[in-house]
Ligand binder design. Structure first.
Ligand SMILES: [Zn+2]
Length: 263
């Protein structure tokens, strides 16, 4: 495999998911000196494979990106995006509208709409629940923007979060819920997985007795292409802990949410 690695640095990774982990790591581990010769996206992929980490569209891979590499990544995406425009038979040389499109799209992906993949989680200060708050708390609607993993089409939506804290819960500032939601959503996502990911992040930090999340979103792959349905919105929810066990609590959350939702 090492010889193979030298010969085709631009080829697909020697995926060895069936090989035992220890053996796989031995085969795929490369020093940073060796990785330095590769295009940045491959360098990052080798690190991910060596760590046996997942790099699906909605995974955060910030731990595997070194300082300065995002600039390189943007340049690489720009070059590939230029090829996509060429493949679409768009004359990016003469067409002044598309001259800079590859550059703009690369910047938009890496720095804006998919930054939740490349940037570490925003800093969130947690406070002990000194007041021992144990009442249902609702945050929302939080406006969220994402893109679907299937078509890379925009998703615009709203998220409501219900928290039932206990005396051991950590409380976080209200604005932090929006920042964590934005971080999770700024990746190519699937709505069902997005709400679960958001729930996991909040569960880990806040450790409430109950956690409920509802997301309602417009999927532009339904409006812009496909059935071109303009009215369909998708609603997803995650209920955990007390919200699962206690129907009254669930009802209270949903009724407060629908009242907030009223025009
Ligand atoms: Zn889609």
């Amino acid at each position: 495999m090492p010889a193979d690695f030298e010969r085709r640095p631009a080829g697909p990774l020697p995926m060895a998911r069936n090989v035992p982990t220890a053996e796989r790591k031995e085969r795929i581990f490369r020093s940073e000196e060796e990785l330095a010769q590769l295009p940045v996206s491959e360098r990052i992929r080798w690190r991910l494979v060596a760590a046996d980490a997942r790099w699906h569209a909605n995974d955060n891979i910030a731990d595997f990106v070194r300082e300065g590499e995002l600039e390189e990544l943007k340049a690489e995406v720009q070059a590939k995006m230029h090829e996509v425009l060429r493949a679409l038979v768009i004359d990016t040389d003469s067409d002044h509208n598309t001259n800079e499109t590859a550059k703009r799209v690369a910047k938009m992906y890496v720095e804006e709409v998919f930054r939740g993949r490349y940037q570490p989680m925003p800093a969130v200060t947690e406070f002990p629940n000194v007041e021992r708050l144990n009442e249902l708390m609702i945050v929302g609607p939080i406006t969220v923007r994402s893109a679907c993993s299937h078509h890379m089409c925009p998703i615009f939506g709203r998220v409501w979060i219900g928290i039932l804290p206990n005396e051991h819960s950590n409380l976080i500032g209200l604005s932090k819920y929006a920042r964590i939601a934005d971080w999770v959503m700024s990746r190519p996502q699937i709505q069902e997985e997005a709400v679960t990911m958001l729930a996991n992040e909040l569960q880990q930090r806040v450790r409430p007795d109950g956690l409920a999340i509802v997301m309602e979103a417009d999927h532009f792959c339904m409006h812009w292409r496909g059935v071109k349905d303009t009215d369909t919105a998708m609603v997803n929810s995650v209920m955990r802990g007390a919200f699962l066990k206690d129907a009254n609590l669930r009802r209270e959350f949903l009724s407060l949410l629908s009242r907030k939702n009223a025009p």
